[in-house]
Design a protein around this ligand. Structure first.
Ligand code: SF4
Length: 91
């Protein structure tokens, strides 16, 4: 556990992780976020909301690959298509 970031959030709008086969990149488009927080509910280890306005932020730049199902759930439940994920083969 590392507590380097302040307030439990990082400024990045892209984060990535990998499993045995693929490198995944997760992107958030904060411009269109409506701040409902469903993503945080679905994947609390990955997403949080900015104190001031509820806009989504990442909790970490280096999520575990174990979070992938929760991230996919967050993508599904987000009402504003804020979150996207791409994958490409490793190597
Ligand atoms: S679910 Fe979507 S719109 Fe709601 S806070 Fe998360 S990213 Fe923003």
């Amino acid at each position: 556990m590392n507590d380097e970031n302040t307030g439990g959030a990082v400024e990045a709008t892209d984060i990535s992780f990998e499993d045995d086969e693929f490198v995944y990149t997760v992107h958030i488009n904060q411009e269109v976020c409506v701040g409902g927080g469903q993503c945080v509910f679905a994947a609390p280890e990955v997403f949080t909301q900015r104190d001031e306005d509820g806009v989504v932020q990442f909790v970490t730049e280096y999520p575990s690959a174990d979070e992938r199902p929760d991230i996919e759930e967050a993508i599904e439940v987000c009402p504003a298509q804020v979150i996207s994920m791409t994958k490409k083969p490793k190597g």
